[in-house]
Design a protein around this ligand. Sequence first.
Ligand code: SAH
Length: 442
Amino acid sequence: MSVLVRSGVGPLCAVARAAIPSIWRGKYFSSGNEPAENNPVTPMLRHLMYKIKSTGPITVAEYMKEVLTNPAKGYYVHRDMLGEKGDFITSPEISQIFGELLGIWFISEWMATGKSTAFQLVELGPGRGTLVGDILRVFSQLGSVLKNCDISVHLVEVSQKLSEVQALTLTEEKVPLERNAESPVYMKGVTKSGIPVSWYRDLHDVPKGHSFYLAHEFFDVLPVHKFQKTPQGWREVFIDIDPQVSDKLRFVLAPCATPAEVFIQHDETRDHIEVCPDAGVIIEELSRRIALTGGAALVADYGHDGTKTDTFRGFCGHKLHDVLIAPGTADLTADVDFSFLRRMAQGKVASLGPITQHTFLKNMGIDVRLKVLLDKSNEQSVKQQLLQGYDMLMNPKKMGERFNFFALLPHQRLQGGRDQMNARQSKPFASPVAGFSELAWQ
Ligand code: SAH
C-alpha cells in the first residue's frame, strides 16, 4: 500500500498563483443594512427599485438571484471577480495542491467504483477554470491509470465572462471553440490535453452518463430565503424601498406566512434561519443521477450543520460589503446548511461529511505533496508561496476549519466496498472513501 501523492503526481512542479490577500470570502458575516459612506445608484439598484415599485417588496432569494445572475446586469455575468484584483479569492486560486488532491480523490473514487469506461467530470460554477485545470493535469500525469477511460469535461456556468476565462484556461485556444448561444450546450471545445469540454447553464442539460460531480464555493451563491421567528410565527424577510431615504433599500418582515415556509423544519429551535430551495433541487438531481448511474459528488464550501442563523453577506475588493448598498457591484453569499443538503439526499444516496477542509486535505496527503513540491523547487519565492498557500488552506483560523467537504455516493459504494473487502481480506471497512479517511492505494 502506498500513498498516491508520493508516487503518482510527483514529477509535477509548482505552478504560479496570485498573491494571497489577507481577507477571503468565507471569513466574516454581517447582518446587512449598515450605514455606508456612499450609495451609488447602480443600474441594478434602478432595476430593483422599478421592480419593487411595480410589484411590491421582493424576497431575499429573489434579490440574490437578480443581483448575481440577472442575464443583463448580474454581478457574475460580465466580470471576473476572482483573485487578487477581484473581490474574493478561493482555494484553487491560492494553491495548485488543492486541485491536485481533488483530482486524486476523483481517480480514487473512480477506481473504487469499478473503473467505468466513461468518466464525465462535471463542475458546477467553475470560476476561472483553475480547479478543473489542476484536476486535468493530475489526470494527464496518471494517464496510464486512466488510459482506457473515455474522459469528458462538463461545466455548468451562467457567467458569459467566466466561461470565456475557463475556455482560455483549459484550451489555451489551441482548437477553435464551437458556440451556439441558443443551445443548452452553449460552447464546446477541446482541452490542451485533448479532452472534450462542454458548457451548460443548467445541470439538467448535462448528459446523464457515469459522472463525477464537483461543486466548490458554488452552493454559497445560490439564493436563500430568510425567516425570522416572531410571536405570530415564522415571518419571511423581504427587501423594500426605504421610505425615509431616497434610493435606498431596507429589510422588512412579511405581514403573514409565505410559501417558502414549507422548508422550515417543525422542530426548528433557532429564531432566524436561511433556507435555499435551489440547493435542494440541485442535490436531489445529483442524488437521482448518482443512484441511477453511479459516480459521486464532492461539495466543498463554507457552511454549518444546521446551527447558524444570519450569514447573508457581501464582498467587494476583499472587504465586507453591505448587502443592500450598490447592488451588482459586490458578491453576495450565505453559508451552506449541510444538514439541509443531507436531508435532500436522504433515501436516494449515501452522504459523508461535512468534515473540515483541514481534515480532508490532511487525509488526502497534503503534507506529502507539499514536501514533494518544496523539494523540487529551487526558488525561494516559490517555496514561500507554497508555504503561505498551505497555511491559508490548512490553518484552522483561516480556511482550515471554516470550509467543509461533503460527498454523495451510491449506497453500494459503502456497503459493496465493505462486503467485497470482507470477503477478500476479512478486514472491515477496507475500502474507505479517501479524504473522509486517510488515502490508501492498493
Ligand atoms: N468554483 C470556483 C468559483 C466559485 S465562484 C472556485 O472555487 O474558484 C461561483 C461560481 O459559480 C462562478 O463561476 C459563478 O459564475 C458560478 N455561478 C453562480 N451562480 C450560478 C448558477 N446559478 N448556475 C451556474 N453557475 C453559477
